[in-house]
Design a binder for this molecule. Structure first.
Ligand SMILES: [Zn+2]
Length: 281
């Protein structure tokens, strides 16, 4: 059986720490070969590095997430450069643009407690510096975009991107924009939460993604699957929010295979090729 690849998650989250040994077991059991673990702020980059040193299947990725852009230190870019220099395999991410935190998020959303919400222009400056670094070093880069796809498309049209391409993680843009991004070198990762009935538009977009640009992700601990789909579970976080077990990756593969009208094994072989080409070549 072809092994599975998680193109995007956040297993460095402190909450996971007491569960790492059992997660390692469950992930091997589920057939995982590699997972890209994404840092989001300066404070969690060392945790990503520690996880990569402990588990061979971890591919580390370092970046400043748009939610964290407003709280960056004056030395953030030097720190990022140092983190990347320490590991030539490392990717860049998660980076991006997020209009949702500015226009749609509730003022008391617990995930945003203590964060200064950087305006889109400031997010763009932080994003561009990291994208330029990815281009210069030709590193794989994972891009987050929420309610800002027009702005993202405008940026990508005018700047250099890595010759290996870039990943639009948990792609939630329109069907029409898929070919525009694909022409510029985009890969698109499918998330298990898209199997919820309300995400019909996202599923439609994934039917149109070129076969050689498809990847699969969990975004664990976020993005839980619909109840009937999840095979593995973990206790909820202290604030009561659900935790997505990363071994539910297999269920995300199954959902995407159904959507594309192929069997899981065919999809898995294609995703392996795509993952190797984008992240490891
Ligand atoms: Zn993420």
């Amino acid at each position: 059986m072809t092994p599975l690849y998680d193109a995007h998650n956040h297993l460095q989250d402190d909450w996971f720490a007491p569960h790492w040994d059992s997660l390692d077991h469950d992930l091997r059991d589920a057939g995982l070969k590699r997972a890209v673990v994404n840092g989001t702020c300066e404070a969690d980059w060392p945790s990503v590095a520690r996880l990569a040193a402990r588990f061979l299947w971890v591919l580390p990725s370092y970046g400043l997430h748009p939610w964290d852009a407003g709280n960056r230190s004056p030395h953030w870019l030097d720190r990022l450069r140092a983190q990347l220099a320490a590991d030539p395999r490392a990717a860049i991410g998660e980076i991006g643009l997020d209009r949702w935190i500015l226009d749609s998020a509730k003022t008391d959303d617990p995930r945003l407690t203590g964060l200064r919400r950087a305006p889109l222009e400031e997010q763009g400056e932080v994003f561009l510096k990291q994208l330029a670094l990815a281009s210069t070093e030709n590193r794989p880069v994972s891009i987050h975009c929420l309610q800002a796809f027009g702005a993202l498309e405008g940026i990508l049209r005018h700047v250099n991107t890595p010759t290996r391409g870039f990943l639009l993680h948990a792609y939630g843009g329109s069907v029409e924009m898929v070919p525009l991004f694909a022409e510029r070198g985009a890969y698109f990762s499918f998330n298990g939460s898209f199997l919820e009935s309300r995400h019909g538009a996202k599923r439609e977009a994934f039917q149109r993604v070129p076969t050689d640009r498809l990847l699969v992700e969990t975004d664990a601990p976020a993005m839980s699957l619909p109840p009937g789909r999840a095979r593995y579970s973990l206790p909820p976080a202290p604030d009561g929010s659900p935790i997505n077990h990363p071994a539910n990756l297999r269920a995300a593969y199954a959902g995407l295979a159904e959507l594309r009208g192929v069997d899981v094994e065919t999809l898995a072989a294609q995703v392996e090729e795509n993952f190797d080409r984008f992240f490891l070549a």
